[in-house]
Design a protein around this ligand. Structure first.
Ligand code: ADE
Ligand code: ZN
Length: 355
């Protein structure tokens, strides 16, 4: 077995993946046709061209707009897990961002129920487990964010279908020109109701936003956190406290345009200073990616061997919001399957990372 195959098969956790960003091109076409949404062309991959986070988000929003009824969300969620399972995904905490749907009058309960139906069907078929994180869209402002959490809390209180899968809240979309601290009321409400908290920070903004995510919003994880190394003290603190960063190396090249090539990405320095920096795909369908390919790309770019990639997979388990027993079980599974793969590599392939 070669390293690329071993990395594809290695059981992996993903903590930074937007369900809308997993939509297959054919599903974009099908849903657009079904729901009367005009696309610029028949091949949606021609849409996936952008030069910055903000121009990417325009495409992301168009893709989101093709989701109209509960069945659409169910199809998306189902396909997202089936596609992940084909590349070693075993557990995912998936973002969904319903702001524009709620703004247009959609029912949050229907969206969550649809997502949960799709995830349950995919779990039965693949054995992958999946949970949800409800993301606030920064572009819609702090009041819409607070309303989302209020609705979420009310649905959970009523035991509405699918709400048992929601672990917490997040914050995504455009970073430039938005003060993250204005979302504090939404985060305070989430904390009061026992929801976990994360937020996208430092993707294209300085480390002050990462500090705001931790200190003002009370986040337990930071999504991206790419700029953290610009602040040594913050870096030390985040490393010492094992606060996870969900890093998306290829996305940072392709979507944020933060670095020109993967080889220039600060990921190895992040790990070297002791940060708990996990590897994730962000929006795999929109950057023609899967988690196996991302692990392989990281191994090749940074000359990581198989054992280093296993350590990264185990960091994903540690950074997850699974309860302690499930986390321990998953850790053991990754270690056992990694040992089997290591033996197969030893029998013929090279353990070096460049697959
Ligand atoms: N929504 C989907 N992908 C995103 C990203 N990389 N950053 C912010 N918001 C997003
Ligand atoms: Zn993201």
């Amino acid at each position: 077995m070669d390293v690329a195959t071993a990395l594809d098969r290695l059981p992996k956790v993903e903590l930074h993946c937007h369900v809308e960003g997993t939509m297959r091109p054919q599903t974009v076409v099908d849903l657009a046709r079904k729901n009367g949404i005009a696309l610029p062309g028949e091949d949606p991959t021609t849409l996936y061209r952008y030069t910055s986070l903000d121009t990417f988000l325009e495409v992301f929003w168009l893709v989101q707009s093709t989701l109209v009824d509960r069945g659409d969300w169910a199809r998306l969620a189902y396909e997202s897990i089936v596609d992940g399972a084909a590349h070693g995904l075993v557990y995912r905490e998936t973002f969904f961002t319903p702001a524009r749907h709620l703004d247009a009058g959609a029912d949050l309960g229907e969206i969550i129920a649809g997502l949960a139906e799709g995830l349950a069907a995919a779990e039965d078929e693949t054995g992958v487990r999946a949970a949800l994180i409800a993301d606030i869209d920064r572009a819609y402002g702090p009041e819409a964010g607070l309303e989302l959490v209020e609705q979420l809390v009310e649905l959970r209180r009523r035991g509405a279908p699918g709400t048992e899968r929601i672990l917490g809240i997040g914050l995504d979309s455009t970073e430039l020109g938005v003060d993250p601290t204005t979302f504090a009321p939404a985060y305070e409400l989430a904390a009061r109701w026992g929801l976990r908290r994360t937020s996208h920070q430092g993707e294209v903004t300085p480390p002050t936003t990462i500090a705001a995510g931790l200190d003002v919003l009370g986040c337990e994880r930071i999504d991206h956190g790419l700029s953290i190394l610009d602040d040594r003290e913050l870096t030390r603190r985040v490393a010492d406290q094992r606060i996870p960063l969900t890093v998306c190396p290829t996305s940072n090249v392709r979507i944020a345009n933060a670095v020109e090539r993967l080889e220039d990405h600060p990921y190895p320095r992040m790990r070297d200073v002791g940060l708990l920096a996990t590897v994730n795909t962000d929006d795999p369908a929109m950057i023609d990616l899967d988690l196996g390919t991302e692990y392989r790309a990281v191994a090749e770019a940074f000359r990581y061997d198989f054992d280093t990639m296993v350590a990264i997979a185990l960091d994903g388990v540690e950074a997850s919001w699974l309860d302690d027993d499930d986390r321990r079980r998953l850790r053991r599974r990754v270690e056992e399957e990694a040992a089997t793969l290591r033996a197969l590599l030893g029998a013929g392939g090279s353990r070096r990372g460049h697959a």
